[in-house]
Ligand binder design. Structure first.
Ligand SMILES: *[C@@H]1O[C@H](CO)[C@@H](O)[C@H](O)[C@H]1NC(C)=O
Ligand SMILES: *[C@@H]1O[C@H](CO)[C@@H](O)[C@H](O)[C@H]1NC(C)=O
Ligand SMILES: *[C@@H]1O[C@H](CO)[C@@H](O)[C@H](O)[C@H]1NC(C)=O
Ligand SMILES: *[C@@H]1O[C@H](CO)[C@@H](O)[C@H](O)[C@H]1NC(C)=O
Ligand SMILES: *[C@@H]1O[C@H](CO)[C@@H](O)[C@H](O)[C@H]1NC(C)=O
Length: 410
C-alpha cells in the first residue's frame, strides 16, 4: 500500500528511541517457520482499469495484492491481511465500525477475545508518529494513512496472533501491537480485512517478531499476476528464510524505516538508461521495495526513456483507441509478449525482468507495460509485479536484500 504518510513529522525521530516492551512469546525455539501467501478474486469487484491507474497507483480491486492468513485473539479469528513491506502498522477492521469497507468475513470483536488488551495513552507504544489522539477511556488512538490515500483510524491494542505454519504446527505470538480499525477507507476487495505492515519501523510485524525465530529476517516468493488463485506460495520467517545459490543477487539496504535500495539505471535489452552519468551523484535509497504496490513506479525521465525504448522494440502497434487504458503502453495480444528483457541496475547487482514481471493484462487479450510514473524525482517504488517469480530475502540484521529467480508456483 506504499509508504505511510506521517501525520506528525516532528514526532518521526521519536520512533528510533522506542524499545518494544512487549516481546513476543512463541512456542518454537530458534527455528523459523513458513506460511502460505494467497490471492483472492473478489466476487463483487471485477478487474478494472484501476489496475494500472497512475493516480491511484496502489488501488487495485483485485489480484494485485498478496494476502497473509493469520488468526487473531483467543479464541482465534481468521484474518486475511495485505502483505505490505511498504508500511509498518499491522491492523484489521474491528467492531464497532461506523465506517468500514465491506468485508466478507465477520469483523474482529475485541470483547469476545480473552487476550485483547488496550494500550494506554501513557504507554511507550503510544508514542509513535501515527499515534496521538487519546480517548476519554485513555486508549491510544492512531491514524495511519497510505500513499494511495487509504486511511485507517482506530485504537492500538495488544493481541495474540497465530499463524498456521506450513508444517501444520501453529505458531503463536503473544502481545503483538496491532491497530483495531474503526474507521477505514480505501480500495480494498471484500476478502481483504486489513494490512500486515512488514517495514523496518518498530511496530511492524517483523520488528515485533525480532530475532526470536533464529534471525530477524524473512523471505517471500510472490506469484505472477496470471497465476490461478488456487495456487499459494510461501513466506518464511527467521531461520530457514535465507536465500542462497549462485544466481542470488544481493542488494544493500540504505538507512530508513522501509526497504530503501539504490537504483542506478535501467536497460531495455542492451540499451541502458542511467539516472545520472555520475553514479556518485545518485541519491542513496532512491527506490523502495513495496509488496503492497502492484506496478513499479519510476521517476518521469526514466519512465519516458524505458517506455519509448520498449515501444521501439516491440514489433506491434500499441493500442491507442481505448480510453480505459489512458496513456499506458498496451498491446492487443492473446498471450504475453515475447520480450523485451528489462534490467534493473541496482547498487549491488542487476535484476533481469521478463514479460511475466513487466506486462500485465488489465483485461482479456490486452497486455500493458506494468510501470507507471511519479512526479517525485527522488524516489520510485519497486512494485509487486516486478517482484513476482523471485524468492526475495529481507535480512534486517545484515541490511541486505537477496533476489533469486524462482518459479514461485512450484
Ligand atoms: C472517518 O474518518 C474520516 C477521515 O479519514 C472522517 O472524515 C470521518 O468523519 C470519520 N468517520 C467517522 C464515522 O468517524
Ligand atoms: C478497551 O477500550 C474501550 C474504549 O476505548 C473499552 O470500551 C473496552 O472495554 C476496553 N477493553 C478492554 C479489554 O479493556
Ligand atoms: C479452484 O478450486 C476450486 C475449489 O476447490 C475449484 O472449484 C476450481 O475448479 C479450481 N480452479 C481451477 C482453475 O483449478
Ligand atoms: C546508516 O546509519 C549508520 C548509523 O547512524 C551510519 O553509520 C551509516 O553510515 C548509515 N548508512 C547509510 C548507507 O546511510
Ligand atoms: C506520467 O506520464 C504521462 C505521460 O508521459 C504524463 O501525462 C503524466 O502527467 C505523468 N504523471 C505524473 C504523475 O508525473
Amino acid at each position: 500500500m506504499a509508504y505511510p504518510i506521517l501525520f506528525n513529522p516532528f514526532l518521526l525521530f521519536i520512533s528510533f528511541f522506542i524499545l518494544l516492551i512487549h516481546l513476543p512469546v512463541h512456542q518454537a525455539v530458534n527455528d523459523g517457520f513458513s506460511v502460505n501467501l494467497i490471492r483472492k478474486n473478489s466476487i463483487t469487484n471485477t478487474l478494472s482499469q484501476r489496475l494500472m491507474d497512475t493516480t491511484q497507483a496502489n488501488s487495485y480491486a483485485n489480484l494485485g495484492e498478496h494476502l497473509l492468513e493469520l488468526s487473531i485473539g483467543t479464541p482465534p479469528v481468521k484474518i486475511y491481511g495485505i502483505l505490505d513491506t511498504g508500511s509498518e502498522l499491522v491492523w484489521t477492521q474491528c467492531v464497532p465500525c461506523p465506517n468500514c469497507f465491506k468485508q466478507l468475513n465477520p469483523l474482529f470483536d475485541s470483547t469476545k477475545s480473552s487476550t485483547y488488551t488496550n494500550i494506554s495513552c501513557q504507554s511507550d507504544n503510544c508514542h509513535q508518529e501515527y499515534t496521538g489522539e487519546c480517548s476519554p477511556q485513555n486508549t491510544c488512538g492512531y491514524t495511519y494513512a497510505y500513499g494511495d490515500s487509504s486511511i485507517t483510524h482506530g485504537v492500538l491494542a495488544l493481541e495474540t496472533i497465530t499463524f498456521k505454519s506450513s508444517t501444520g504446527k501453529p505458531v503463536q505470538l503473544n502481545n503483538i501491537i496491532f491497530g483495531c480499525g474503526h474507521n477505514n477507507t480505501g480500495v480494498f476487495n471484500d476478502h481483504e480485512m486489513g494490512i500486515i505492515g512488514l517495514g523496518r519501523g518498530p511496530s511492524s510485524l517483523i520488528s515485533q517478531i525480532g530475532s526470536s525465530f533464529g534471525g530477524k529476517k524473512f523471505s517471500q516468493c510472490l506469484l505472477p499476476f496470471h497465476t490461478d488463485t488456487n495456487i499459494s506460495s510461501k513466506m518464511s520467517f527467521g531461520k530457514g528464510s535465507e536465500v542462497s545459490g549462485d544466481d542470488v543477487v544481493s542488494i544493500p539496504l540504505t538507512n530508513g524505516t522501509l526497504y530503501f535500495v539504490t537504483l542506478l539505471g535501467m536497460s531495455v535489452e542492451d540499451t541502458r538508461f542511467d539516472i545520472s552519468n555520475n553514479h556518485e551523484t545518485i541519491p542513496k535509497g532512491n527506490m523502495f521495495i513495496d509488496s503492497g504496490t502492484p506496478p513499479t513506479i519510476l521517476q518521469q525521465k526514466l519512465y519516458d526513456e524505458v517506455f519509448n525504448e520498449v515501444r521501439k522494440r516491440v514489433p506491434m502497434n500499441p493500442i491507442t483507441d481505448d480510453p480505459d487504458l489512458g496513456t499506458q503502453l498496451c498491446y492487443k495480444t492473446p498471450t504475453n509478449l515475447n520480450g523485451p528483457i528489462i534490467t534493473m541496475h541496482f547498487e549491488g547487482g542487476d535484476i533481469h525482468l521478463t514479460p511475466i514481471q513487466t506486462f500485465i493484462p488489465p483485461k482479456d487479450g490486452v497486455f500493458c507495460l506494468a510501470f507507471t510514473n511519479t512526479s517525485n524525482e527522488n524516489r520510485g517504488v519497486y512494485g509487486n509485479f516486478a517482484q513476482s517469480n523471485f524468492l526475495i530475502g529481507y535480512d534486517l540484521e545484515r541490511s541486505m536484500m537477496s533476489f533469486k529467480p524462482t518459479d514461485c508456483t512450484k
